[in-house]
Write a protein that binds this ligand. Structure first.
Ligand SMILES: Cc1cc2nc3c(=O)[nH]c(=O)nc-3n(C[C@H](O)[C@H](O)[C@H](O)COP(=O)(O)OP(=O)(O)OC[C@H]3O[C@@H](n4cnc5c(N)ncnc54)[C@H](O)[C@@H]3O)c2cc1C
Length: 171
C-alpha cells in the first residue's frame, strides 16, 4: 500500500530547528541560503529542495541531529560526497541534508590488517593511508577518480564485500 506525506507542515518547524542544529554542530556547519546549492543535487540532472545542510563532526552529533529531526518531524537525507548517479542524495520533499563529510577519520590498524574509518572518508584517501603502511584498500578503480565516501560505496554495494578490509598486496 502506498501513501503520500505532506511535508509542508513539517517545514514550519525549521526556524527553531536551525537554532537547535547550530547548538549541536556549530553555526558555521549549518548551511543555508546560496551556500546550500552544492547540497541540492548529486551527479545526476536531479535538483532537490532542502532547507539546510547540517554537517556533524562526530557520531554523537549525528545522533543528536537525527534525534532533533525525529522529534520535530523533519525529513533527513544522508549524504557522503554527492556523487550518486541515481539521485540518491537528492531530497524531493524538503527536510535537511545530513552531510557526513566531516566524519573522515582514517585509522589503519596494521597489526590486524584492518582500517577503522568514518562514514565520510573518501575511498581514495583510505587507499593512500593504507599504502603508507605497505597495505592496500582495493575498491573499484573508478573510486580513485571519483571522491565517493566509503559508507556509500559499501551501502550501495558499489564495491565488493571483499573490499571492506585493507589487505597485504600479493606482489
Ligand atoms: C565518475 C563517477 C564514477 C562512478 N562510478 C561508480 C561505479 O563504478 N560503481 C558504483 O557503484 N557507483 C559509481 N558511481 C556512483 C557513486 O560514486 C557511488 O554510488 C558512490 O558510492 C556514492 O558515494 P557518495 O559518497 O558520493 O554518496 P552520495 O551520493 O552522497 O549518497 C549516495 C546514497 O547513499 C546515501 N548515504 C550517504 N551517506 C550515507 C550514510 N553515511 N549512511 C547511509 N546512507 C548514506 C545517500 O542518501 C544516497 O542515497 C560513480 C559516480 C561518478 C560521478
Amino acid at each position: 500500500m502506498f501513501s503520500s506525506i505532506d511535508v509542508s507542515a513539517r517545514n514550519e518547524s525549521f526556524p527553531n530547528s536551525l537554532a537547535e542544529f547550530s547548538q549541536i554542530v556549530g553555526e558555521r556547519y549549518v548551511i543555508t541560503g546560496e551556500a546550500l546549492e552544492p547540497y541540492t543535487h548529486d551527479a545526476t540532472f536531479m535538483e532537490g529542495q532542502v532547507t539546510a545542510a547540517v554537517l556533524p563532526a562526530t557520531t554523537a552529533e549525528v545522533s543528536q541531529v537525527i534525534g532533533a529531526c525525529s522529534r520535530l518531524g523533519i525529513a533527513v537525507i544522508a549524504r557522503g560526497s554527492g556523487t550518486s548517479l541515481v539521485g540518491g542524495s537528492v531530497s524531493l520533499s524538503g527536510g535537511i541534508v545530513l552531510s557526513l563529510e566531516r566524519l573522515n577519520e582514517i585509522l589503519i590498524d596494521v597489526g590486524n590488517v584492518c582500517a577503522v574509518v568514518g562514514a565520510g572518508a573518501i575511498t581514495g584517501s583510505i587507499q593512500q593511508a593504507a599504502a603508507l603502511y605497505g597495505l592496500m584498500y582495493p575498491p573499484i578503480r573508478q573510486a580513485f577518480r571519483c571522491p565517493r565516501s566509503v559508507a556509500t560505496s559499501h551501502a550501495t554495494q558499489g564495491v565488493p564485500a571483499a573490499s571492506s578490509t585493507v589487505s597485504r598486496p600479493t606482489t
